[in-house]
Design a protein around this ligand. Structure first.
Ligand code: FES
Ligand SMILES: [Fe+2]
Length: 382
């Protein structure tokens, strides 16, 4: 049986009894957050280095010695499975003279990592365990040397990292929050498998990409959505939960079933944003995780992870599930391609003197709120 996510006893998130739009109102905001190099450096320091960010899937690091790496916003991190089943993560930086210790992006069966420059050797937690011609160094300088540690944890079958390190990082589950961990948890992502990862190199800020998933106003024009979907979008509900967001868009084909149970898992597209750059787009059959990784102030590696439920293709029920998922996923890739095309248009104007601010509707409130949260964090107030 393929898992069918259901609301169960979780709170209703959508329906006539729910306030669809937070009491926030229409707003305006400066365009500067997308192009200001000073703000970007502050985000690296106060946001990207202090919040939980995605680094991969648990299924990529199953056995002890399996490892993956994260590369983004000037950081290179190695995450490896330990013999006790935990994950260890460390900055991929040789403490001798600074190059990356590990040259590949992933691997398995590692017991040691050796720097390619002079051969310093590190264990899979990043601790220095070997130095050629050690007698030429000061014992004091080499005492307890390790590549700086990074916190690593797992939730939803995902590997998350926090650059604050194991001693200072807040709890991952508390950062995701009880609303999202229970609502998104109903999909059982930990039981899903990675079907495909699509990657784009995008010449705009990662925040412009998050913006595109924080509103559904653009679906009629950009995605040519049919009138019944545009009408369903008017009934969508938007929720602020701490630094994070939820949004539920009724599937038009299920509108007649809506009043039976207000089961948003079965009858809506459920959307969750975990600050600062992880977006889950959940359909009952499959999930897309949109992950714009900043490479610079206006340069982003944009990953889309496609998750599906596993099964046996010889089972007719699973084969039918798979065919439905594949058809929908093929359509979604076209939709994401349309989003990418608009980023090209944003890239053309990012230095334009004719571009000063955004004028946002009340249904684009998540965008304003996201940038407001970012501004508070970089001032140390969030
Ligand atoms: S720089 Fe890594 S061993 Fe010298
Ligand atoms: Fe879109």
């Amino acid at each position: 049986m393929v898992h069918v996510p259901t609301r169960g006893s979780l709170p209703a998130r959508l329906g006539p009894q729910i306030d669809n739009v937070p009491d926030y109102g229409p707003t305006t905001m400066s365009r500067n957050p997308y192009t200001d190099p000073v703000q970007y450096e502050l985000e690296r320091e106060h946001v990207l280095a202090k919040h939980w960010i995605l680094a991969g899937r648990s299924e990529q690091v199953v056995a002890p010695g399996d490892w993956i790496s994260f590369e983004g916003h000037g950081e290179t991190i190695v995450i490896s499975r330990q013999p006790d089943g935990s994950l260890a993560a460390f900055h991929n930086v040789c403490q001798h003279r600074g190059p990356a210790i590990v040259t590949d992006l992933s691997g398995c069966g590692a017991r040691r990592f050796t720097c390619p420059y002079h051969g310093w050797v590190y264990d899979t937690t990043g601790k220095l365990v070997g130095v050629p011609e050690r007698e030429d160094f000061s014992d004091e300088h080499l005492k307890d040397v390790r590549a700086k540690q990074v916190a690593a944890d797992e939730w939803g079958g995902w590997v998350w990292i926090n650059l604050l390190g194991p001693d200072d990082a807040p709890s991952l589950i508390e950062s995701i929050g009880p609303e999202i961990s229970s609502d998104l948890g109903a999909y059982k992502m930990e039981d899903m498998i990675l079907y495909e990862v699509v990657e784009w190199d995008v010449p705009v800020s990662y925040k412009a990409i998050v913006d595109g998933f924080n509103e559904i106003y653009h679906v009629a024009q950009l995605h040519h959505s049919p009138p019944e979907f545009v009408k369903a979008c008017r009934k969508a509900s938007f929720h602020f939960v701490g630094d994070n967001y939820m949004c539920f868009v009724p599937r038009p084909e299920n509108m007649d079933k809506w009043n039976e149970s207000y089961d948003h898992h079965k009858n809506a597209i459920c959307h969750y944003t975990v600050f600062p750059n992880t977006v889950f787009n959940c359909n009952p059959e499959h999930i897309q995780v949109f992950n714009p990784i900043p490479l610079g102030v206006d340069h982003t590696r944009f990953l889309c992870w496609q998750l599906i439920y596993p099964g046996d293709m010889n089972d007719p029920e699973y084969a039918a599930y798979f065919a439905k998922m594949q058809k929908h996923w093929d359509g979604l890739k076209v939709v994401v391609g349309e989003d990418i095309a608009i980023y090209d248009q944003l890239a053309r104007t990012k230095k334009s003197s004719g571009y000063t601010e955004h004028i946002l509707s009340e249904r684009e409130c998540k965008i304003h709120r996201y940038h407001e949260t970012m501004a508070l964090k970089i001032r140390g107030k969030g």
